[in-house]
Design a protein around this ligand. Structure first.
Ligand code: ADP
Length: 158
């Protein structure tokens, strides 16, 4: 069974991310969640906070770990012993972006395959961007994120 790297920004981790993670963990020997540092854009949470929230939310998943990362995803995958990149697909916009990335990553590292899991119907509309918009407007995001994330976001507001 292969080891998969699940790269992303997870700013913050949502129920949609967690669904992909749970289903990926059932398919692969080990899933390493690679929490990206994002030099190109400001994040709501620091890399350490995002890693901690993935760890807290994936507590019961024995073959899942979370680590921060910078640099090229395929290089990081190799360093982790992963031969698969796990990604989620919600809609045609994701498809367009994700296939471009998958083709590029395969050119960069032919031994690494991208595997897509289609988002669950109930979480296919959830995005980290939407979560941040709701927070900015003062709304509750409890229905869209894992409990540990909801708690951390509530603590920030005070
Ligand atoms: P990135 O900045 O690399 O796009 P994200 O944290 O936004 O990082 O997303 C990481 C991965 O999780 C992507 O493959 C994205 O399509 C997927 N994803 C994001 N939200 C959801 C969701 N609600 N359901 C399923 N997959 C999702």
């Amino acid at each position: 069974m292969a080891v998969a790297l699940y790269p992303g920004t997870f700013d913050p981790l949502t129920n949609g991310h967690l669904d992909i993670l749970r289903r990926g963990a059932a398919l692969f020997e080990r899933v390493v969640v690679a929490v990206g540092a994002r030099v190109d854009k400001q994040t709501l949470l620091t890399a350490d906070e995002r890693v901690a929230l993935v760890r807290a939310s994936a507590k019961g998943m024995r073959n899942v770990e979370a680590v921060p990362f910078t640099g090229l995803v395929v290089d990081f995958a190799k360093a982790q012993g992963a031969t698969v990149l796990l990604r989620g697909l919600r809609n045609p916009m994701d498809y367009e972006y994700e296939t471009q990335m998958a083709v590029t990553n395969r050119r960069l590292a032919p031994g690494i395959e991208t595997v897509f899991l289609v988002a669950a119907v109930e979480s296919s509309f959830i995005s980290s961007t939407l979560i941040k918009e709701i927070l900015t407007a003062g709304g509750s995001v409890d229905a869209f994120v894992p409990d540990a994330v909801a708690k951390a976001l509530r603590a920030r507001k005070r």
